[in-house]
Design a protein around this ligand. Structure first.
Ligand code: BLA
Length: 236
């Protein structure tokens, strides 16, 4: 379901000078026969970024996931790029979340980095899911123009392909924006906010139970600590 997006994302990262970093073998790929679930991960070194991770989960018709987070360097106050795409084939249900995740919730910051995301949001009303978030706080590390869809096959097959490309292209524009650092946020402040992002995300992530169910508690805890949220204060 998400392989074309995975390929597009990886090609786009390579086009922007990214190179693959090494990972432990059981993070590169891990298969659990009991659950028939496979997870693959990639870690990229990309100019301008401190860390860019990509995860692909294939649990057949139970669940398909593409997840990616890009953390700019600490001397860049730019938003974090966050993608979480889920497809539940049995129920033909799509959950798609794409955002420039803001470090702070201030108008001047939004005005500087969010024009393109705002216009994407205007163009794609189906990605304007209005229900309350269940686990996350919409005012913490989510922007007012978060692209959020809870839909089905039409959204997955007809709208997501358009949005995905435009979203990635828009984020590169933000990433390539000249940084007038130190602007609003200093190096130390950006670092603190990124540490807080990992701490917050680790706490709220609805995926823990899923990973533990598919791959066992032990592997999943190490994966969360060492790959997903290494800066999480709980782990340090
Ligand atoms: C929701 N993400 C979810 C859900 C699951 C995952 C199971 C709940 C789906 C539902 O409502 O039915 C699963 N998240 C995963 C998996 C990974 C993961 C398997 O990270 C693997 C690494 N989540 C992110 C990022 C964003 C994000 C980067 O990891 C930001 C774009 C957002 N996921 C996000 C949001 C929801 C969600 C906003 C809805 C949750 C809510 O309603 O509070």
């Amino acid at each position: 379901m998400f392989d074309p997006y995975l390929e597009e994302l990886h090609n786009s990262i390579k086009d922007h000078g990214g190179s693959l970093l090494n990972l432990p073998n059981d993070f590169k790929e891990y298969f659990e026969s009991k659950s028939n679930a496979k997870i693959q991960n990639w870690l990229w070194d990309v100019p301008g970024f401190r860390r860019w991770r990509v995860t692909r989960l294939d649990a057949g018709n139970k669940l398909q996931v593409l997840n990616s987070v890009a953390y700019p360097n600490y001397n860049q106050e730019k938003p974090i790029m966050g993608i979480d795409l889920l497809w539940f084939d049995k129920s033909k249900k799509l959950v798609a979340v794409l955002d420039f995740q803001p470090l702070i919730q201030e108008k001047a910051y939004f005005d500087k980095y969010f024009d393109d995301l705002r216009s994407l949001k205007d163009r794609f009303p189906k990605f304007n899911h209005q229900d309350k978030m269940i686990s996350y706080n919409p005012n913490e590390y989510f922007s007012p123009w978060l692209l959020f869809c809870k839909g089905g096959e039409v959204e997955a097959n007809e709208i997501l392909p358009l949005i995905f490309t435009l979203f990635i292209d828009s984020y590169w524009k933000v990433a390539n924006k000249k940084n007038n650092f130190p602007d609003r946020l200093t190096f130390d402040k950006v670092k603190r906010l990124q540490i807080n992002y990992d701490t917050y995300s680790e706490e709220k992530d609805p995926a823990h139970a899923i990973f533990a169910g598919f791959f066992g508690k032990e592997w999943s805890e190490r994966f969360s600590k060492e790959f997903l949220f290494p800066l999480c204060l709980k782990n340090n």
